[in-house]
Design a protein around this ligand. Structure first.
Ligand code: HPA
Length: 275
């Protein structure tokens, strides 16, 4: 992580939005950005303009940072994310979390699309992350220690804060959206898994598999931000059905689940508060 770039990103956004007072944030993974159709967008900044962030190279990831207002809350919405597999290191992945820190965000929700592994899960299901397994072979905290991201050896017992999980459950109930709960396993990508790898993921204890979220969750939780995670199952993980996986399938299934994803996100924003 290049701390100078992270600081430059924060200075840039703060200069553009000197008045913004946000205490919550959402990172929208594949298919999750539609929430923006239902809220007031106060202003937008293209990722391409933000030092260290840059435009995402993935279809379905727009790359716009939005200052959003909904139900009396001011929210940072990261429409699209940078992935480690894009090959530009950890800085673009870390910028959103660092911006959250600098804006004083108290609660961050990380969303993604994932392949369903748990036998009771099906495409279209939404899952609250209760824990994760890092199979990326790397993590953003490797390297010099930066105390802004917590201690040298951050505890990982509750990366997804129990309060964040509880808030997501409550939001799902309020929005009348059925949700699963489970463990998300992150690979480095960009390849999907082989059927044998999916069987191995299941043996390891994973309920869903994807290529993101874990790095941001590590950084944010280590930095003391209450962190929650939500996955949309966009496909059965490889080998469960006798058919290949495509990114088209991922985006099509996410579009079909969009009304439920939006309802859940809006309920989550409306219910924000520290008890
Ligand atoms: N594997 C990895 N990443 C994914 C998948 C998957 O099956 N679906 C959506 N993102």
């Amino acid at each position: 992580m290049d701390m100078k770039q992270l600081e430059a990103a924060a200075d840039f956004v703060r200069e553009r939005w000197p008045e913004a007072r946000v205490d919550m944030a959402v990172v929208c993974g594949s298919g999750w950005s539609s929430v923006l159709d239902a809220v007031e967008v106060v202003d937008r900044i293209s990722y391409a303009e933000i030092p260290g962030l840059g435009a995402p190279g993935v279809v379905g990831h727009t790359g716009t940072l939005c200052h959003v207002r909904h139900a009396g809350r001011d929210v940072l919405v990261f429409q699209g994310r940078r992935h480690f597999y894009e090959g530009e290191g950890w800085t673009p992945v870390a910028v959103p979390v660092f911006l959250c820190l600098k804006f004083g965000v108290k609660e961050l929700l990380l969303t993604n699309s994932a392949g369903a592994i748990h036998p009771d899960f099906a495409p279209g299901d939404l899952m609250i992350l209760t824990d994760h397994i890092n199979q990326m072979g790397d993590n953003p905290l490797v390297g010099p220690h930066h105390p802004v991201f917590g201690p040298r050896f951050p505890d990982q017992s509750t990366v997804y804060a129990p309060e964040a999980v509880a808030r997501l459950r409550a939001a799902a109930k309020q929005a009348d959206v059925r949700v699963q709960e489970g463990v998300y396993l992150a690979t480095r990508g960009p390849v999907y898994e082989t059927p044998a790898e999916v069987r191995a993921c299941r043996l390891l204890g994973a309920d869903a598999v994807g290529m993101s979220t874990v790095p941001e969750a590590m950084l944010a939780s280590a930095a003391g931000i209450r962190t929650g995670g939500l996955s949309c199952m966009t496909n059965y993980a490889a080998g469960i059905l006798d058919q290949p996986l495509t990114h088209d399938e991922v985006t099509t299934t996410a579009s079909a689940a969009m009304p439920r994803m939006t309802a859940l996100l809006l309920a989550w924003i409306s219910g924000f508060g520290f008890e």
